[in-house]
Design a protein around this ligand. Structure first.
Ligand SMILES: *Cc1c(COP(=O)(O)O)cnc(C)c1O
Length: 426
């Protein structure tokens, strides 16, 4: 019998049988066939320490022996309290309050509810729509689908089911663009705010790197400009750092490149090193203090069953400790050097007729093609060469685990390049 497991984003008629993973070590996982595959995606970007990291495994084991779960409603525990303090310490100055939840999508739902309620409590109930960007991806739940790219995103089928929000064009100026080059993108943002600010509660963005919407990159100047616009129009700035957080762009958080503190920031994916599902929505004093008051409406009415799960908090604490003690930012810089040299600066790759663009930021690299058909078969090609790649749409990318050696990373970039340049090469 075929498995009753229903796979995500899979066309049931054409999907290939899913390889069965039986274990993993460092940047590789192993299949029941005995194959060992170098994971170029670190499992949807979350397994930043790779597989079976001894410290993370031990942290879960120790915590399991003490306390696996207890509700956060009316109770607290040391792992939640310690993790909240650590997140306040490492995130941009001013984000002093932490609301836990169980996934990136829910973390974003929490951010949006918080923004709407914030304005409501301040006597501006009309500010209940979001401003979001084309090419955005913020999750798969209903509230999140409504703020994903409505055209190129994967949720257009649900348009009639979703609330309506405002969209600004995706930024076009790249990471290294100057302030002047970013001006047109900021003008586009301003135009939407000028027209609709009275009903806009928050501007949502994946800072610097719009990930699942096509790895579109923008400049720190864009983040600074967005901050100023939000202040001018009394709109909260929400950074969805679910993908960019914990080093992916080369700094601990994308916000750090711009020295910008958003009003609300959402973390997930790398938060637990990928070992357990969890998320955190952080808020500034300004947001938090609006919720201090006497009416029943001042309570924030949200509370996922598994928020602040002790196992997840404990492994997140260990993940952060490893990140800092093992100098991951240094490792990411080294990986970045390899990605630039092997992909971004490869003239033959850039000149290939199928290739539209090659972009690198932190420990992220993408080869964008003109036509998705140019990537048909690349996953099998990579697997035969011991690498797990999973392109989507027109984007062939790598977001390796930070424990990936430069030798292994060169293996990944070689496979990505040889798909275009010399397909018979090993
Ligand atoms: C993955 C992702 C989400 C959704 O997180 P889930 O844990 O899959 O719900 C939200 N925002 C961004 C930027 C993401 O990359």
């Amino acid at each position: 019998m075929t498995s009753p497991v229903w796979h995500p984003y899979a066309h049931l008629k054409t999907q290939a049988p899913a390889p069965k993973v039986v274990g993993g070590d460092g940047p590789r996982f192993t299949l029941d066939t005995g194959e060992s595959l170098l994971d170029a995606t670190c499992s949807w970007w979350c397994m930043i320490h790779g597989y079976r990291h001894p410290r993370l495994v031990r942290a879960i084991q120790q915590q399991a022996d003490e306390l696996c779960h207890v509700m956060l409603g009316g109770l607290t525990h040391a792992p939640a309290d310690r993790l909240a303090r650590e997140l306040v310490r490492v995130t941009p100055a001013g984000l002093n309050h932490v609301f836990f939840s169980d996934s990136g999508s829910v973390g974003m739902e929490v951010a949006m509810k918080m923004a709407v309620q914030y304005h409501h409590l301040r006597g501006k109930p009309a500010k209940r729509r979001m401003l979001t960007l084309m090419k955005a991806y913020h999750g798969d739940t209903a509230g999140c689908m409504a703020v994903c790219d409505p055209e190129e995103g994967m949720h257009s089928l649900f348009a009639g089911f979703l609330p309506q929000h405002h969209f600004a064009p995706a930024p076009t100026a790249g990471f290294e663009a100057s302030r002047e080059e970013v001006q047109a993108d900021l003008d586009a943002l301003r135009a939407v705010l000028e027209a609709h600010h009275e009903e806009i509660g928050a501007l949502l963005m994946e800072p610097l790197l719009q990930a699942a919407g096509g790895l579109n990159m923008t400049s720190p100047h864009y983040l600074r400009g967005a901050r100023e616009l939000c202040d001018e129009f009394d709109v909260l700035l929400v950074f969805d750092e679910v993908a960019t957080g914990f080093g992916r762009t080369g700094r601990m958080f994308a916000a750090d490149h711009a020295d910008v503190t958003p009003d609300i920031m959402v973390l997930s994916k790398g938060l637990t090193g990928g070992y357990l599902g969890h998320a955190a929505t952080l808020a500034t004093d300004r947001v938090h203090s609006a919720f201090i008051g006497d009416s029943p409406e001042h309570a924030f009415m949200h509370g996922p069953t598994f928020m602040g799960n002790p196992l997840a908090c404990r492994v997140a604490l260990e993940s952060l400790a490893v990140f800092e003690e093992d100098d991951y930012l240094g490792r990411i810089q080294t990986l970045n050097g390899v990605l630039r040299e092997e992909l971004r600066d490869d003239a033959a790759l850039r000149a290939h007729p199928a290739v539209a663009d090659v972009r690198v930021l932190g420990a992220t690299a993408v080869i964008e093609v003109h036509d998705a058909a140019a990537l048909a078969g690349v996953a099998d090609f990579a697997r035969e060469r011991g690498v797990w790649l999973r392109p989507f749409g027109r984007w062939l990318y790598t977001m390796p685990a930070y424990v990936t050696s430069t030798h292994d990373l060169r293996r990944i970039t070689e496979v990505m390049k040889h798909w275009f340049i010399d397909r018979r090469a090993p």
